[in-house]
Design a protein around this ligand. Structure first.
Ligand SMILES: CCCCCCCCCCCCCCCCCC(=O)SCCNC(=O)CCNC(=O)[C@H](O)C(C)(C)COP(=O)(O)OP(=O)(O)OC[C@H]1O[C@@H](n2cnc3c(N)ncnc32)[C@H](O)[C@@H]1OP(=O)(O)O
Ligand SMILES: NC(=O)C1=CN([C@@H]2O[C@H](COP(=O)(O)OP(=O)(O)OC[C@H]3O[C@@H](n4cnc5c(N)ncnc54)[C@H](OP(=O)(O)O)[C@@H]3O)[C@@H](O)[C@H]2O)C=CC1
Length: 423
């Protein structure tokens, strides 16, 4: 049986979301560990005044690609950008590109999504569900497709306490929801969103749950694997320890604490902080691609890519490590000396927000005004409070994820022993 590296040799891979946090690490790891991969087709849109080509060339200059660049200065030749705006009909891929992709792609990794917790429902639905449907239709036109790997989230079913590696019935039939929202204006959709999402905390988890169902519907036609990472953080080992390029999830909170801005946050000290390094998720993704293509499981397998069941770490411990490491390695231009506490008590948290956030911000802004400068601290705190308000749901409770399929992959007859792809 082909090893993972052998499997990818000569294959053409399609990746969505390759310019994102996880997508970039996936591209790098494929190029590094599977140097004989034939080509990586990446769907990219122009953004922020940069053309698709400019964005890709900028991305390849990133430090993340240093080891690949050193091993093969021509590595960029394997990356083939395809212009695509996923929210447009047909993913706005040109007919020539559709033909090209249909003729050559062997494996699809679908990473693109909106991960914003406050995304309006229509947009979250458009990107996370409708674009996924469109990509599945495109995949069905691919003559040599061996596997379609969808990246979901461990929190797609966060309205449950125990989460198995199965696709749960969707909160609503996606097709019906898409049809109903089509004629509603944004104001009406905003009004009914809380009713629709029900016991889920945001449109992100809601639409990711719908997307899983949409993907599963195609299991008779495609060879599918679904990966559900928990809270994806900085790299553990590869391409070097600690790589991260965003403030999503807890990383923004850590930086705010390191800068001495964040002093208090509501979280449960004893709840498991289910963090998972991005390189572990990417290793699993490549292993699942290989397993799905080579073993062709009869039904869609779901992989809960979580750490809490194996190596639990708690928010209380995180607080200790974050603060002590910023004390040892202080950040430049900190507002105050780092010292943050987490509490599960709402009133205590409100008290400290007043005393340690709002009051110092007020004084500092007054000082700025007196110096003839624009006040800014209160604005920063308001944004921080909005962000942590959206995160508290996840730091205040525990979930239990079953991870039998991951164990099967690592130790079962598949013989995946993790060499070069530690998970
Ligand atoms: C020592 C104490 C230790 C305590 C530990 C406790 C930590 C608990 C954390 C729990 C995390 C749980 C995450 C759950 C993950 C689910 C995983 C996933 O599936 S999917 C992945 C999970 N998905 C996500 O994590 C998405 C979450 N993020 C969002 O939905 C949006 O960014 C937003 C609504 C928070 C702000 O929107 P909006 O106002 O339109 O503006 P922008 O977006 O443009 O950002 C504005 C400013 O805010 C900044 N900033 C951003 N994020 C954070 C942050 N986390 N924090 C702080 N700051 C943050 C940002 O840098 C920027 O600053 P600046 O550059 O202007 O100075
Ligand atoms: N980060 C995390 O903690 C977790 C993430 N996940 C899942 O992992 C996947 C990747 O997440 P992550 O890398 O963190 O997210 P990022 O936000 O970093 O990346 C999202 C990617 O999707 C692309 N994208 C977004 N909108 C469009 C669009 N309209 N057209 C074309 N491309 C678009 C982005 O492209 P562009 O650069 O052009 O914006 C980017 O490449 C997602 O499916 C997410 O749900 C799951 C669990 C946790």
């Amino acid at each position: 049986m082909a090893s993972i590296t052998e499997y990818y040799a000569g294959k053409s891979v399609l990746i969505t979301g390759a310019t994102g946090f996880m997508g970039k690490v996936l591209v790098e790891k494929l190029l590094w560990s599977c140097p004989d991969v034939k080509a990586l087709y990446i769907l990219v849109r122009p953004k922020a005044g940069q053309s698709m080509e400019q964005r890709v060339s900028h991305m390849m200059k990133c430090k993340l690609f240093d080891r690949v660049r050193e091993a093969n200065p021509d590595f960029h030749k394997k990356i083939i950008p395809i212009s695509s705006e996923l929210t447009q009909p047909g993913l706005s891929i040109s007919p020539e590109d559709v033909e090209k992709l249909s003729a050559c792609i062997n494996i699809v990794f679908h990473c693109a999504a909106t991960i914003r917790f406050d995304e309006p429902l229509k947009h979250a639905l458009q990107l996370n569900v409708i674009a996924t449907q469109e990509l599945l239709s495109l995949a069905q036109r691919m003559h040599h497709l061996e596997a379609f790997i969808h990246i979901s989230t461990a929190y797609a079913n966060c309205n449950r306490k125990h989460i198995d590696e199965v696709i749960y019935p969707p909160p609503v039939e996606p097709k019906k929801l898409i049809e109903s929202l089509e004629w509603m204006d944004d104001g009406i959709v905003q009004d009914i969103t809380p009713r629709l999402i029900g016991d889920r905390p945001n449109t992100y988890t809601y639409t990711k749950a719908l997307a899983e169902y949409v993907v599963q519907q195609e299991q008779d036609k495609l060879n599918i694997g679904i990966i559900r990472p928990s809270i994806v953080g900085a790299s553990w080992q590869e391409p070097f320890p600690g790589w991260i390029d965003n403030f999503n999830g807890p990383s923004g909170v850590f930086i705010a604490a390191g800068k001495g801005i964040l002093r208090t946050m509501r979280a449960n000290n004893d709840a498991v902080a289910d963090l998972i390094p991005v390189d572990v998720v990417v290793n699993l993704t490549l292993a699942v691609g290989w397993y799905t293509a080579v073993h062709r499981p009869k039904t869609t397998l779901v992989y809960n890519c979580t750490s809490g069941g194996i190596n639990p770490f708690h928010w209380g411990e995180i607080e200790h490590h974050v603060i002590s490491s910023f004390k040892r390695n202080p950040l430049e231009q900190a507002f105050r000396r780092p010292n943050a506490n987490i509490t599960s008590n709402y009133l205590i948290n409100q008290y400290w927000i007043l005393v340690s956030h709002k009051f110092p911000a007020l004084i500092y802004d007054l000082f700025l005004r007196l110096c003839g400068q624009k006040p800014q601290m209160m604005r920063i705190f308001n944004r921080l409070h909005k962000a942590i308000g959206l995160l508290e749901y996840f730091s205040s409770q525990d979930w239990e994820w079953n991870s039998d399929n991951i164990s099967m992959l690592m130790t079962g007859p598949a013989g995946y022993k993790g060499a070069h792809y530690s998970i």
